[in-house]
Design a protein around this ligand. Structure first.
Ligand code: SF4
Length: 436
């Protein structure tokens, strides 16, 4: 049934989940537009008669958000506002057989590796000539670069390998071309992402090649900041630390999810490391790059976690003093090893433990931000909001870390530009400043 009064097809891509999913949506956007199909991303308007939802299937809350979004557009379709509804991404990859019957309003379901099939629904072909050319949906001055797909790690709680498959690195030459294209289009900061970025190269080159990749990308003229996310502690390629220390345009920033601080829990989680090994690695990283900001992610309430294990996590966070930290409550995901252990920690206790860790982190972050008052930092201006310019230092990644807030009435700055900002005051998670 053709929606009333709509002349030409217009597609709206809706992205849920992580930055890796966002890159997939950007590739889809690029391919559809490359096939002359009128396509937009996250359009607030209602002028699109075809909707593609790129879903997340990581943990319970993310799955629920994906299902709610599908139901929302299925309802719009039932009301005649949408003609076609397609679902792709991790939730579809993992549950499409069940969802097909439960959510009949969807016209077709696609897995995480089925872009050509999705394009076929538009009589479109995958355009190889567009490889490395990507329309980004982030602010013009920063972009994510997915250096690999999938993961070979056995982490017991994680469903990602079920949805994304085995680790597959993209060749260095392809990533260099893609980054050159991003920089030509105005990108000044590139964020390297993968499920496990430190595994980079082991599959296609037979050895870890992240250090070489960082070096090659840092050579690209006009690339001001290169930021590394999703490092893995076990088998950490320490040669990257020399590259990070010696290349001024590589941010002194490392995102390394560690998941827990108790060796007993790290063993149950099948992380292949211990608290002692992790702490000595963190020590070597800080020795090589003294002003580095380390971001980590932890899980509270994993099956088997005792009060003693939790006390050890608290002690680990106190001792390690991470610059940036996030924590999830354990999500009981079927077909993972942890699922066989039973969901032993009550939900409220998971929440309580996660909140206690964040309270501790808030006081650590407050101290650290306080030490920054009076100092001047190179800040990338991201946006203008409620009369303030909002920016970030090299120690802050978009959307997850601290921000620098600058009064726009008394400071004349440009979005997408770097400016030297003197910090005047701070809170636990934000800095305030003025042009230096
Ligand atoms: S490294 Fe572990 S937690 Fe991360 S995606 Fe792979 S299996 Fe999941």
């Amino acid at each position: 049934m053709k929606t009333k009064g709509k002349k030409k097809d217009k597609v709206n891509i809706v992205t849920l989940g992580c930055a890796k999913n966002l890159v997939d949506s950007e590739v889809l956007l690029t391919q559809l537009r490359g096939n002359k199909i009128n396509t937009t991303h996250e359009s607030a308007g209602d002028d699109s008669n075809i909707v593609i939802i790129n879903t997340c299937g990581f943990i319970e809350s993310a799955k629920q958000e994906s299902i709610d979004t599908i139901l929302q557009y299925a309802e719009a379709k039932a009301e005649g506002k949408v003609d076609r509804l397609y679902v792709t991404g991790c939730l579809s990859q993992r549950y499409r057989d069940d969802l097909k019957t439960e959510l009949p309003g969807v016209d077709a379901w696609f897995g995480t590796m089925e872009l050509p099939l999705l394009l076929k629904k538009f009589n479109a072909n995958y355009k190889h000539e567009l490889l490395g050319e990507r329309i980004t949906t982030t602010a013009k001055h920063y972009a994510y670069l997915k250096i690999a797909e999938g993961c070979d790690r056995p982490c017991s709680f994680c469903a990602i390998p079920l949805m994304r498959g085995k680790h597959v690195s993209k060749p260095i030459e392809e990533l260099v071309r893609e980054t050159e294209s991003l920089v030509r289009n105005g990108t000044r900061e590139v964020l390297l992402i993968a499920q496990d970025s430190t595994y980079y190269g082991l599959d296609i080159y037979g050895k870890r090649k992240l250090a070489e990749l960082l070096d090659r990308l840092a050579d690209i003229e006009g690339l001001e900041w290169l930021r590394l996310h999703y490092a893995f502690p076990t088998g950490f390629p320490e040669d990257i630390l020399d590259v990070m220390a010696n290349r001024p345009n590589i941010c002194k920033y490392l995102d390394i999810p560690l998941q827990h601080g108790s060796s007993r829990m790290l063993e149950i989680m099948r992380r292949g490391t211990t608290r002692e090994k992790t702490e000595s690695l963190l020590g070597r990283i800080r020795n090589k790059i003294p002003d580095i900001a380390i971001r980590t992610t932890l899980i509270a309430g994993h099956p088997g976690e005792t009060e003693e294990d939790f006390r050890e996590m608290i002690d680990f966070v106190e001792q390690s003093r991470f610059e940036r930290l996030g924590i999830f409550t354990y999500s009981h995901e079927e077909n993972t090893h942890s699922y066989t252990l039973g969901d032993t920690v009550p939900e409220e206790l998971k929440e309580e433990r996660a909140n206690l860790v964040m309270e501790l982190q808030e006081s650590i972050s407050e101290d650290m931000n306080n030490d920054k008052v009076g100092k001047t930092y190179k800040v990338l201006i991201d946006r203008l909001e409620s009369g303030n310019f909002i920016g970030r230092t090299e120690h802050d990644s978009p959307e997850v870390d601290n921000e620098v807030i600058i009064d726009a009435n008394s400071n004349h700055l440009r979005i997408g530009n770097f400016s030297n900002i003197k910090i005047t005051h701070s809170t636990a998670f934000d800095l305030y400043g003025r042009t230096a």
